[in-house]
Design a protein around this ligand. Structure first.
Ligand code: FE2
Length: 199
């Protein structure tokens, strides 16, 4: 099988003025496409090596699957976590669980913003199926700092390609902008699916 880049779930200018058409175009068409291509190319190397029995290069290709695969998965999530109708706070079962596990929405948000300010990659809200609780995690690149058994619920990309053209070094302004377009509908459904599977 090979992986394909799904189209954005809205127009390239749909998140303006919070995220510019230019940044979404580069980010989706160039960067995200690059991870899809990288994943496919690494899979080809692995398949060829299995066929030939010569495993030189297989370890590097396995690392490339992790890097590019996590890049594809998280970008796909990130696009779905935003919409022009966003900007609300979560509701329903996910909102209740955030209150239960973090104390309050404000406490969750403060901690998530701290993660986003520090990450060299992503801030993620995950459902940790091992401990049966929600957590924020700081992820460098696309995979360093991931926690086994965790399922990403909400993803915020803080690679420089995500914000620098719009906000320069003021990453905090971009994080504020993310909360103007964050759409909790998809994360709420993803959370319910994850707990159903593991609780
Ligand atoms: Fe990105």
């Amino acid at each position: 099988m090979s992986y394909e880049l799904p189209p954005l779930p809205y127009e390239y200018d749909a998140l303006e003025p919070h995220i510019s058409e230019q940044v979404l175009t580069w980010h989706h068409d160039t960067h995200h496409q690059g991870y899809v291509n990288g994943w496919n190319s690494a899979e080809e190397t692995l398949a060829e090596n299995r066929e030939s029995g010569d495993f030189d290069g297989s370890a590097g290709a396995i690392r490339s699957v992790t890097h590019n695969g996590c890049g594809h998965v998280l970008h796909d999530l990130f696009w779905q976590n935003m919409s022009p109708e966003g900007g609300e706070e979560p509701s329903g079962a996910l909102a209740d669980r955030i209150e239960e596990d973090f104390g309050s929405y404000e406490a969750w948000k403060g901690e998530f913003e701290a993660a986003a300010g520090d990450a060299s990659g992503w801030a993620l809200l995950v459902y940790d199926s091992f401990s049966n609780q929600l957590r924020n995690v700081v992820v460098d690149k696309h995979d360093q700092g991931a926690l086994w058994g965790s399922h990403p619920i909400l993803a915020l990309d803080v690679w420089e390609h995500s914000y620098y053209y719009d906000y320069g070094p003021a990453r905090g302004d971009f994080v504020d902008a993310f909360f103007e377009v964050v759409d909790w509908e998809e994360p709420a459904a993803r959370y319910e699916q994850a707990v159903e599977q593991f609780e």
